[in-house]
Design a binder for this molecule. Structure first.
Ligand SMILES: NC(=O)c1ccc[n+]([C@@H]2O[C@H](COP(=O)([O-])OP(=O)(O)OC[C@H]3O[C@@H](n4cnc5c(N)ncnc54)[C@H](O)[C@@H]3O)[C@@H](O)[C@H]2O)c1
Length: 359
């Protein structure tokens, strides 16, 4: 009998549940430990999910002393850096929840540690597993639109501000950008093949979260609920980005890729206060092109699948661990995402365009 893949979980809150649900579907996986800094929380989590083989820890370092093939890191954003560094240093493969980190410097060090340890660092951007997102990426990567020179991404919720750890800078590091904006950026960067960002001109604000009329925890709210940016990417590509947790508007519009041979418009799926294609919510895909000099457009059917994207990302991580493959969504790719977010905050604070300097 082949031995099972031994998994540990660090942080046993909301998203850890999704990881456990996925791991439990895999016969070759055993969850051997759960760590959470809040006393008793890990043991309660183990009991709730009937993880009978698992041990509970308060200190993730003690969990990391165990024999593990991989860990899921499901802590609030500010703890991503230290827990990931410790896990990699302990020789464990890491599946880290998004966003990668709070600062660009942290992301850089995490990738360096991954290389030094020879262990993989994969970041949990589950929309990458959405069949429509995959179609868009593959179709554009195959050159079907010609050279892409302009991209517009982002999305917003009319009202969709979270509470708790997400709205406090001390825990989340950032607000809407870290929560949903990073997905939009990943859609653009992954589709384009990860071009380097060069400059950013941006603003962020929080007109809703800090107003008791709109948020029950307005006094604790100290992150941004809106961000907009113009980003220059290498290869002469302009990226326009916007994200909103709340706004007086139905939608922030479609995602658009403009190419020299054709364009593509992607509209969000469904109606209502949560609109955007950042999370795999692709409603329509339309290609704009010429036929014999005549301007036309072609609707491209969307696939409606019941694939659970969370399950897919966890399964892909396990597959990579089991077969010694590279990280499915590598830290090296996501550094570029973090660099843009870093640039957005710097530019907003300075009130001018800033350069992005990558190591
Ligand atoms: N991929 C997605 O769609 C998605 C969705 C929700 C949240 N997330 C991400 O998951 C992460 C966690 O979010 P959540 O909603 O589960 O938060 P949560 O607050 O529900 O849970 C976090 C848990 O981590 C524990 N914790 C904090 N610091 C720790 C440490 N150093 N060691 C061990 N445990 C620690 C907390 O006590 C808490 O139980 C965030 O980074 C968030 O951005 C991703």
């Amino acid at each position: 009998m082949t031995s099972k893949i031994r998994i540990g979980i660090i942080g046993s809150g909301g998203i850890a549940r999704m990881h456990v649900n996925a791991y439990r579907q895999m016969e070759n996986v055993e969850i051997v430990g759960v760590a959470d800094i809040v006393p008793d929380r890990a043991s309660q989590f183990i009991a709730t999910h009937h993880l009978n083989q698992a041990h509970a820890y308060e200190d993730h370092l003690v969990l990391l002393e165990q024999e593990l093939d991989g860990v899921s890191i499901c802590t609030p954003n500010v703890s991503h850096y230290q827990t990931t560094m410790d896990a990699l240093a302990a020789g464990k493969n890491v599946l880290l929840e998004k966003p990668m980190s709070v600062t660009l410097q942290e992301s850089v060090e995490m990738v360096e540690m991954s290389k030094k340890s020879g262990k993989m660092l994969s970041i949990g951007f589950q929309p990458r597993y959405d069949p429509n997102m995959q179609f868009i990426r593959n179709y554009i990567q195959d050159g079907n639109l010609g050279k892409i020179y302009y991209v517009e991404v982002g999305g917003g919720r009319r009202r969709g501000m979270p509470q708790g750890t997400f709205i406090r800078k001390e825990l989340a590091g950032a607000g809407a950008l870290a929560d949903i904006g990073c997905y939009s950026l990943d859609l653009a960067l992954h589709t384009l093949g990860h071009p380097k960002p060069l400059t950013v001109s941006a603003t962020v604000s929080n007109h809703f979260g800090t107003n008791p009329k709109y948020h029950p925890e307005a006094d604790n709210f100290n992150v941004e609920d809106f961000g907009a940016a113009l980003i220059r990417l290498e290869g002469g590509i302009t990226l326009q980005f916007k994200t909103a947790w709340a706004m007086h508007m139905d939608t922030l519009g479609a995602t658009r890729f403009l190419g020299t041979d054709a364009g593509m418009k992607i509209t969000p799926y469904g109606e209502g206060p949560w609109s955007g294609v950042w999370d795999g919510g692709v409603g329509t895909i339309t290609k704009y092109h010429d036929i014999g000099g005549r301007l036309t457009h072609t609707p491209i059917p969307c696939v409606r699948s019941d694939l659970n994207l969370f399950d897919e990302k966890v399964k892909d991580f396990v597959h990579a661990v089991a077969n010694g493959l590279p990280a499915p969504i590598s830290g090296e790719q996501i550094i570029l995402n973090q660099a843009i977010i870093d640039g957005i905050f710097r530019s907003s604070e300075l009130g001018k365009e800033v350069d992005i300097v990558l190591p």
